[in-house]
Design a protein around this ligand. Structure first.
Ligand SMILES: CC(C)(COP(=O)(O)OP(=O)(O)OC[C@H]1O[C@@H](n2cnc3c(N)ncnc32)[C@H](O)[C@@H]1OP(=O)(O)O)[C@@H](O)C(=O)NCCC(=O)NCCS
Length: 187
């Protein structure tokens, strides 16, 4: 059975291979209000989960913490794909995709399990480890957004582990999304 632990990845960031994704991961590992969990099996990482108790202003904090690396990575991405400009600007004003009706939620930003071992309970265990940690850190609820279309397996996964639909919305690019949440259990 894999063990779940907090990531302590310490990969180096050299300007030649600097990517926005690497900065993002590093921030989840190092940020004080962020969390990065890893599921390990036989010394290999087979699952990862990223989240934060402070979704609002996430990208602004990332940009501030890693300036000027953030500027270099953004410029590189922009040169490769200029169409990302509006998304980049929006990221700086990111409010965390949080539910409008409540405050104090922790965002589950990403979870993935090695495709070779899907369906073995690892996703459930890593999300449950995230939930316990977020309750310890004082979150009132946990939430996430996921695609509305062609995503039934993932939606079933969250519903099976007690998350419920909070709302549905469309991104400025027209991508239909569904927001799930789960309340902190009462003591
Ligand atoms: C969704 C995901 C994290 C679930 O992890 P997992 O370890 O496969 O899930 P578990 O074994 O704990 O739970 C199994 C349940 O999840 C659901 N499920 C979702 N995707 C599945 C898949 N590819 N294979 C098997 N079950 C899957 C099923 O409802 C299943 O229950 P069932 O077998 O009774 O129908 C994983 O499948 C994954 O990494 N998917 C791709 C990335 C993704 O969609 N991430 C979420 C983005 S918001």
């Amino acid at each position: 059975m894999p063990s779940i632990r907090q990531h302590s990845l310490a990969f180096s960031l050299r300007s030649w291979d600097l990517t926005f994704l690497k900065l993002l991961y590093r921030f989840y590992v190092q940020g004080e209000t962020e969390i990065a969990l890893a599921g390990e099996y036989n010394g290999q990482i087979v699952a990862t989960l990223l989240g934060t108790t402070r979704p609002q202003g996430f990208y602004k904090r990332l940009a501030t913490r890693y300036f000027p690396l953030f500027a270099i990575a953004s410029l590189k991405s922009l040169l490769q794909q200029p169409s990302i400009f509006p998304r980049l600007v929006r990221a700086l004003f990111y409010r965390g995709d949080a539910p409008l009706s409540a405050t104090g939620g922790a965002l589950l930003a990403s979870v993935c399990v090695d495709p070779g071992i899907h369906g073995n309970g690892i996703g459930t265990r890593i999300v449950e480890a995230f939930e316990s940690e977020m309750w310890k850190r004082g979150a009132k609820f946990v939430y996430l957004t996921t695609d509305f279309d062609n995503n039934q397996d993932t939606q079933r996964f969250y519903e099976k582990i007690g998350w419920s639909i909070e709302s549905e919305f469309s991104t400025p690019e027209g991508r239909l999304m569904r927001r799930y949440w789960k309340m902190r259990p009462t003591d």
